[in-house]
Design a protein around this ligand. Structure first.
Ligand code: FES
Length: 272
């Protein structure tokens, strides 16, 4: 897939069985580039939180995105790419619910408030733990766990890089919250390493996975109850949207946890 600029939009173009398909490159979930994702048949998977879209219709196939992307008819004429007027996708049934929660539709653009992006990623983690629970085949478990382990590390490192240093400065209790959160991330990193030590699907693996899920869930709930509301109270929306853009850029830079070690992080390095 490639991304091209067209009349103020970035359009992803894919070649499938000799036919061109063009669709909005910007994932409506949190703005990542779909051209950077994976194409599997007619489905493209967003590199950031694995939402999938049908590239022939633009419709969302699977969340966390709640609405689809625009599509264009595409052809090559005289050596140049020619695009039609954009077509809006059919809305997913969840789109209405998503808008009620404050998420924007594809036409309104994604909500870039970092606290919303962080919470959306919490949902993606919980969904992936659920998806793993429904599997039994060792190869599928290995693959699904690899996706989740990457997501956990990118999320933790993203918070330590983009959110927590600002949280530490935003409010009196911010430093304490950020310090506590980094320690929880380190506990989670130990839990992830424990899962990796066993063959996927073995009894020990499931036990380590349940333990990692519990450690993660406790951290998510702490953050949703304390750190994120505190950050919202202490900052304005423009600042949170700026951080949201940094959050998306961090995810694009570290797709598949590229460049992230998974090692413990010193809370002092984040908070000071
Ligand atoms: S799924 Fe695409 S940005 Fe989250």
């Amino acid at each position: 897939m490639i991304a091209v600029e067209h009349e103020g939009s970035v359009v992803a173009v894919a070649m499938l069985a000799g036919e061109l398909h063009a669709f909005d490159d910007t994932c409506p979930h949190a703005g990542c580039s779909l051209a950077e994702g994976e194409l599997d048949g007619t489905t493209v998977e967003c590199p950031c939180h694995m939402a999938t879209f049908d590239v022939t219709t633009g419709e969302v196939v699977d969340g966390p995105a709640t609405s689809g992307v625009a599509t264009w008819s595409a052809a090559i004429a005289n050596g140049a790419l020619v695009l039609s007027e954009p077509q809006s996708p059919e809305r997913d049934a969840d789109a209405e619910a998503g808008r009620e929660q404050g998420f924007h539709s594809a036409t309104a653009g994604p909500d870039m408030d970092i606290t919303i992006l962080v919470e959306l990623e919490h949902d993606a983690m919980r969904s992936q733990f659920d998806a793993i629970d429904a599997l039994t085949d060792a190869d599928e478990l290995t693959e699904a766990w690899a996706v989740l382990a990457e997501l956990l590390e990118v999320h933790a490192s993203g918070e330590e890089s983009v959110l927590y240093p600002r949280l530490a400065r935003a409010a009196d209790e911010g430093a304490e919250e950020a310090d506590h959160a980094v320690r929880e991330h380190n506990e989670l990193r130990d839990s992830v390493a424990a899962v990796q030590r066993h063959p996927a699907g073995s009894e020990e693996w499931w036990q380590a996975l349940r333990s990692a899920r519990q450690v993660n869930e406790e951290h998510l709930q702490d953050e949703e109850r304390d750190a994120l509301p505190l950050f919202r109270e202490s900052t304005d929306r423009a600042h949170r949207e700026q951080l949201g853009r940094e959050w998306v850029a961090f995810h694009e830079q570290h797709q598949h946890a590229r460049g992230l070690s998974g090692e413990h992080v010193d809370p002092e390095d984040v908070v000071s």
